[in-house]
Design a protein around this ligand. Structure first.
Ligand SMILES: C[S@@+](CC[C@H](N)C(=O)[O-])C[C@H]1O[C@@H](n2cnc3c(N)ncnc32)[C@H](O)[C@@H]1O
Length: 233
């Protein structure tokens, strides 16, 4: 699907779509507060609510969807938030190039595209390689929150993450249907309104495992991970 690209002029938008080196977040945000990342922020409901509640945390919201970034910026600008920045960048590109290892206090991925058809499941963003990569960028004790509206995606991620060194499940079970205080996006609410479930997971980067002990990530080129295309869109 081709996106009609509308220029984003928000002061909270970082226009670099293909950063080649880690960005200087203290310089960009004007302080050294911890940095949290939301991957696939959609139109910004989650980040708006979460960032208002935690002014002492800096938030980076990313999406590859231009209109989503535009709407997220509009919400952030209107609320006058100083602790949020938005980038239109592909998640794996940002991780590999735009961030320092162990630099994130939390990562949120809410309802990523579920790719429900069996033949499309290889396109899912969150898989074992992705989780291994993410572990490198979470600070020791940093949180990883994952939610999905699709049972098979929940089962997949729960199965994969439980096998990985470097993550600790913070729940008593693989997932929960209610995480107190966790913002609900409009997208999630649509499922809840229909009586369907959202599966929430919360893991931490195990502080007892050093980065040197983490398995080496091996992100392969995956769906939407076409760097040339990202550049030319
Ligand atoms: C189903 S929507 C959910 C949006 C939002 N998290 C919510 O709960 O309302 C998934 C979002 O992830 C974005 N996305 C998909 N693949 C991505 C990638 N590789 N990197 C960054 N964002 C991605 C899509 O553009 C879309 O906005």
């Amino acid at each position: 699907m081709t996106q009609r690209i509308i220029p984003i002029n928000s002061p909270n938008f970082i226009p670099d779509r293909t950063p080649e080196k880690p960005l200087d977040w203290p310089e960009i945000l004007g302080n050294s507060n911890p940095l949290a990342l939301e991957i696939g922020c959609g139109i910004g409901h989650f980040i708006l609510e979460h960032a208002i509640k935690q002014p002492e945390i800096n938030f980076l919201a990313i999406d590859i969807y231009n209109k989503g970034c535009l709407k997220t910026c509009a919400k952030v600008d209107e609320a006058g938030l100083k602790n949020v920045r938005v980038m239109r960048v592909e998640a794996r590109w940002l991780l590999e190039k735009g961030l320092h290892p162990e630099s994130l206090t939390a990562v949120y991925i809410n309802c990523p595209d579920p790719w429900p058809k069996k033949r499309h499941r290889g396109r899912r963003l969150v898989n074992q390689e992705f989780l291994l990569t993410l572990a490198q960028f979470l600070e020791p004790g940093g949180s990883f929150f994952f939610s999905t509206d699709f049972d098979n995606y929940a089962e997949d991620v729960a199965g994969q993450i439980s096998d990985l060194t470097g993550y600790r499940n913070m729940l008593q079970q693989d997932w929960t249907y209610h995480l107190p205080g966790y913002p609900i996006s409009k997208y999630m609410q649509r499922f809840l309104d229909k009586g369907q479930k959202i599966y929430f997971m919360h893991h931490q980067r195990d502080a007892a495992v050093s980065r040197q002990e983490l398995p080496v990530p091996a992100i392969q080129r995956g769906y939407r991970f076409d760097w040339q295309k990202v550049e030319n869109d």
